[in-house]
Write a protein that binds this ligand. Structure first.
Ligand code: PAF
Length: 292
């Protein structure tokens, strides 16, 4: 069944009030649309844990630091609604722009520290835009749990910190990255890769996987880095903007693998910027789909 598409906050609040009266637990999946299996896995996780699920679709201009990137961002609302239909979501909130940024809107939510590096360094202002819109969506949707992909690992850390710092009563859940058979992390940006570039893009994950395996086996990160970068160049990527080993919680740089870490990369391929990351745990146990 197709869920109602709501464009006004007042309509969302009215529906939300009826759910709360029934004592429902509400889940939220914030997206910018162009839904793929990665998003749909978040929807499935939300459906499994919550009684009612809201999916939001809003291409947030404040998080784009490049006008061309914003203009080219795919907008596929009808397709998105059709993809959501089998999941039985309860509302698709596609706010009109003035529902998020009304005339005179003047507030920015900014998370210090975590946002200084990697995406924050190469996309100035990006995380202010993300934290601001996500804070608004958390408050507008009044959900109990929100689901984000680990593909945007730094974003997951930033929105978790923001919700804790602002005492927004919501549990932020991270869900495992969904990958193509090649290992390429699913992303709406993949739609802009030519078939040839898609083939090359499949090299990113094996480079990360190989680095992670060698680190777990005890190799030194600095010694491994030149070869990993050379493999990316050979595959057709530009030199990566970053290829970092960082603490999984604080995102501080790590030289030795002495605690759970994350390898994170951003690199351009044929004019498209791809990011990915992978867990590197010195003492791997069972992997869990959800983190909190
Ligand atoms: O990951 C995204 O799609 C966006 O950054 C989000 C979380 C929906 C905020 O606009």
């Amino acid at each position: 069944m197709t869920a109602p598409i709501l464009r006004r906050l007042s309509d969302l609040r009215a529906l939300h009030a009826t759910w709360r009266r029934d004592g429902a637990r509400i889940g939220l999946v914030p997206t910018m649309g162009a839904l793929h299996d990665g998003h749909l896995s978040l929807v499935a996780a939300a459906k499994a844990r919550c009684d009612r699920v809201i999916v939001t679709i809003f291409v947030n201009p404040k998080q784009f630091n490049n006008a061309e990137d914003l203009a080219k961002y795919p907008r596929t609302e009808l397709d998105d609604a059709a993809k959501l239909a089998p999941f039985g979501v309860d509302a698709i909130y596609v706010p009109d722009p003035d529902q998020i940024y009304p005339e005179g809107y003047a507030t920015t939510v900014s998370v210090a520290g975590l946002t200084d590096v990697m995406e924050g360094e190469f996309r100035p202002g990006h995380f202010d835009g993300v934290a601001t819109v996500v804070a608004k969506l958390f408050l507008q949707c009044g959900a109990d749990e929100a689901f984000f992909g680990e593909k945007d690992y730094q974003q997951l850390m930033v929105v978790s910190r923001m919700a804790r710092d602002l005492d927004i009563p919501i549990a932020v859940r991270g869900c495992a990255t969904v990958r193509e058979p090649s290992g390429l992390a699913m992303s709406s940006r993949n739609l802009r890769l030519s078939p040839e570039a898609l083939g090359k893009a499949g090299q990113l994950y094996p480079v990360l996987r190989n680095l992670a395996d060698q680190l777990i086996a005890g190799a030194d990160y600095a010694a491994l880095l030149p070869d990993a970068k050379a493999r990316l160049l050979a595959a057709g990527f530009d030199a990566p903007e970053y290829l970092d080993l960082r603490c999984a919680d604080s995102l501080q740089p790590m030289e030795r693998l002495d605690r759970p870490a994350r390898l994170l990369v951003a690199a351009w391929l044929d004019g498209i910027r791809l990011i990915d990351n992978i867990a590197v745990d010195p003492h791997p146990t069972e992997t869990s789909e959800l983190i909190d």
